[in-house]
Design a protein around this ligand. Structure first.
Ligand code: KG4
Ligand code: ZN
Length: 338
């Protein structure tokens, strides 16, 4: 059973965690959200600098909380792609230094594979094949998980990621950054049936719609037009109703595609990963619809939905057990397929 420490610095969280097989021994996340809030989004240069400031303390804390010594650690996992290159490089440099210093193997992990592996920390009996709905600030994908390292992308967004749509619509509603949690909070007091939003269907040349792909840029434009019209008519925006209607339409759209895909591919388990998996409308809508279809859904707890290093360590531990490791010349990649 491999024990791995992993580092995650692909965006705006500096994170380190120790995982023994599928058990979390420690998980430390230092969020930069407060620093980026003033700018309304993540500023790459600020992110890199804050990662540099925090990385040593976060790694030391993860080791201390795990109660293990370095002699009990079998390998060093690290997110190598995709993400902000400057931010990734901070984590990679730290991981390579530790690998050399402690003479441990280095295991580079794809960030999305990490989000998939968050579910193994929740259900330790989980075995492929299963379907993963990956919904984050950078991706909206339906992935068939065949095995460790074997992934087939069956559906994706043609433009914006769903998390990006949440962030942009939140800005439009004056809800600040990060937008997803802000919309989720505002929606609690709203009516999800108050407004209609498009479902983001992709038309096919032969007619009909692509069953698994989606578009979120149209949703954002629809929100912009609606907000302009409401402002002109009424002055004050019904923010809670808009937030509730927007997230309900996103939840319907994702649920429809994910369950159709599970049915077509005869997969009875659906795991959800990425920051948007924290969304309460998606959680309740998808859970109810999946139950009706006899599909088991696994939603990780909120702390494992958003970026963390435990999911990276879990993926790295499995790769290490299979004899996979990376060279010390491993580089950071901003865009990289799974
Ligand atoms: O997975 P993640 O932490 O980082 C990326 O890999 O992108 O996802 C971040 C995204 C952001 O767009 C954020 O607004 C969204 O996840 N998010 C949410 C919620 N919590 C975070 N979106 C909707 N509802 C939430 N409760
Ligand atoms: Zn992520």
């Amino acid at each position: 059973m491999a024990t791995v420490i992993a580092i995650e610095t692909s965006c705006d969280e500096t994170a380190a965690a120790v995982v023994k097989k599928r058990h979390i021994l420690s998980s430390v996340v230092s969020s930069q959200i407060a620093a980026h809030q003033a700018y309304g989004g993540v500023v790459p240069e600020v992110a890199s600098r804050l990662h540099v400031e925090m990385i040593n303390a976060v790694v030391a804390e993860a080791i201390a909380q795990s109660g293990l010594g370095w002699d009990q650690i079998d390998g060093i996992g690290v997110t190598a792609a995709p993400g902000l290159v400057g931010a990734l490089l901070v984590g990679l440099s730290a991981a390579k230094t530790l690998a050399m210093l402690q003479r441990k193997p280095l295991i580079g992990i794809h960030h999305l594979e990490g989000h998939i592996y968050a579910s193994y920390l929740v259900d330790r009996q989980l075995r492929p094949p299963f379907l993963c709905l990956l919904v984050s600030g950078g991706h909206t994908s339906l992935i068939r998980v065949e095995n460790c390292g074997q992934y087939l992308t069956l559906g994706q967004t043609r433009d914006d990621a769903v998390g990006e749509a949440f962030d942009k619509v939140a800005r439009l509603l004056g809800l600040g950054y990060p937008g997803g949690p802000a919309i989720d909070r505002a929606a609690r007091a709203g009516d999800p049936g108050a407004f209609d939003f498009p479902e983001g269907n992709i038309s096919l040349p032969a007619g009909g719609f692509h069953p698994y792909d989606s578009s979120f840029s149209g949703l954002k434009t629809a929100a912009l037009r609606l907000v302009e019209r409401l402002r002109a008519q009424e002055g004050d925006l019904p923010v809670a109703d808009l937030a509730a209607s927007f997230q309900a339409s996103v939840a319907r759209s994702l649920t429809k595609r994910a369950l159709r895909c599970a049915q077509d591919h005869q997969l009875s388990t659906l795991v959800v990963g990425g920051g948007v998996a924290a969304n309460s409308a998606l959680r309740s809508h998808l859970t109810a619809a999946a139950q009706a279809q006899g599909v088991t859904v696994i939603f990780p707890p909120l702390s494992l939905c958003t970026d963390n290093a435990a999911m990276i360590a879990c993926a790295a531990a499995e790769h290490l057990e299979r004899g996979h490791q990376s060279s010390l010349s491993l580089g950071a990649q901003s865009r990289f397929g799974l």
